[in-house]
Design a binder for this molecule. Structure first.
Ligand SMILES: NC(=O)c1ccc[n+]([C@@H]2O[C@H](COP(=O)([O-])OP(=O)(O)OC[C@H]3O[C@@H](n4cnc5c(N)ncnc54)[C@H](OP(=O)(O)O)[C@@H]3O)[C@@H](O)[C@H]2O)c1
Length: 317
């Protein structure tokens, strides 16, 4: 695991993450590692864990599939206050095991019954099901939409005319299932942003974006990003097989390499190129591997993957 599950909040556009400096890892005195850790975590709020904003809150999930369940479990497992009420409505009957996996979860018989009983609703149905799911709601609560590519204006159009519902948009990712989502949040209202951040820090790191247009980029980068990283891990493992390793061994090595590098990036706060240069000796094995990656246009291909997913998110709006 990458440290505590409730990572905290990083304001992405404000560049406030402290860097421990540009010295190489090998140059660093041992004792400075802990102070680097402290400086990285200084930026994190204590949101999520027993956040007062969650006390007594009635939080509803409209749609209780993979993401709804991951968020609800994250909240329960990260010591959210005991008086945080979790409620849900899902169009499909939920298995007993699912209901029992979230302590105190209350099921409601319809979306409007859920709305009537909640302060905040997380809209966790697929984008194409939103209009049906929201039909019949009053729009007099706060709503957090995690639907990919559906903008605030379009969301508002699904509520009754004349209502001006408070809407926050959050783009988590599938690592929420392991408590390590990187979630981008767009919410112009500071107070509602804090509440949204308190909820989503229970399932990982929260990063605020200041313009709704940037939510497409968040979708293309961190929303879809786990798939790119998984493709890389799979390819590395298959490379290991080609080089003679059994697949389980190769996969374990590839997976742990990913996890180790993620730790290293977070712990040191270094630029990825700076870390990479430290392991790339002249004429060595790593530069040979990197040259092969660049033969295949790796850097540009990954950049284009983020761009393509961002464009696709725009098309869906
Ligand atoms: N999964 C991800 O990696 C990920 C990442 C970021 C954001 N998101 C967003 O999160 C949202 C949920 O995704 P998910 O992966 O959790 O999907 P999911 O597992 O399919 O869950 C959605 C649930 O909503 C139910 N549903 C459908 N129509 C409904 C309605 N009218 N009222 C109430 N419930 C309804 C579905 O039931 P049926 O199965 O019977 O249709 C399903 O149980 C999507 O908008 C997606 O864009 C997902």
């Amino acid at each position: 695991m990458l440290g505590p599950a409730n990572g905290g909040i990083l304001p992405v556009c404000e560049g406030s993450r402290k860097s421990p400096g540009r010295r190489g890892l090998r140059d660093r005195p041992e004792h400075s590692i802990s102070s680097m850790n402290e400086s990285a975590s200084d930026n994190r709020s204590q949101s999520g864990r027993s956040d007062p904003a969650l006390q007594g809150l009635r939080l509803g999930f409209l749609g209780f599939g993979k993401m709804g369940q991951a968020i609800a479990r994250g909240l329960r497992e990260n010591h959210a206050p005991a008086d945080l009420h979790l409620l849900a409505f899902d169009a499909a009957p939920l298995a007993d095991t699912v209901v029992k996996s979230v302590a105190g979860l209350q099921l409601l018989p319809s979306p409007d019954a859920l709305e009537a009983q909640c302060d905040v609703l997380i809209l966790a149905v697929k984008p194409g099901d939103l209009q049906t799911a929201l039909a019949g709601l009053k729009g007099d609560r706060r709503y957090i939409s995690i639907a990919a590519g559906v903008g605030t204006e379009r969301l508002r159009s699904f509520f009754p005319e004349g209502q001006n519902p408070h809407i926050s948009r959050v783009m988590p990712n599938i690592s929420a299932l392991a408590g390590h989502s990187a979630s981008g949040v767009f919410c112009p209202d500071d107070e509602f942003f804090s509440l949204s951040a308190a909820i989503f820090s229970a399932i990982g790191q929260v990063t605020r974006v200041k313009s709704e247009e940037l939510m497409h980029a968040v979708t293309g980068l961190s929303g879809s990003g786990p798939a790119y990283v998984l493709a890389m891990v799979h390819a590395m493992a298959e490379g290991g097989v080609q080089a003679g390793l059994p697949f389980p061994t190769a996969l374990e090595l590839a997976r742990e390499t990913l996890l180790g590098v993620a730790h290293l990036l977070r712990t040191t706060g270094e630029h990825p190129s700076a870390l990479r240069n430290q392991v790339t000796s002249p004429g060595g094995t790593t530069i040979a591997g990197l040259a092969a990656l660049e033969d295949g246009g790796f850097h540009g291909t990954v950049m284009r993957a983020v761009e393509a997913a961002t464009d696709r998110s725009r098309e869906l709006e």
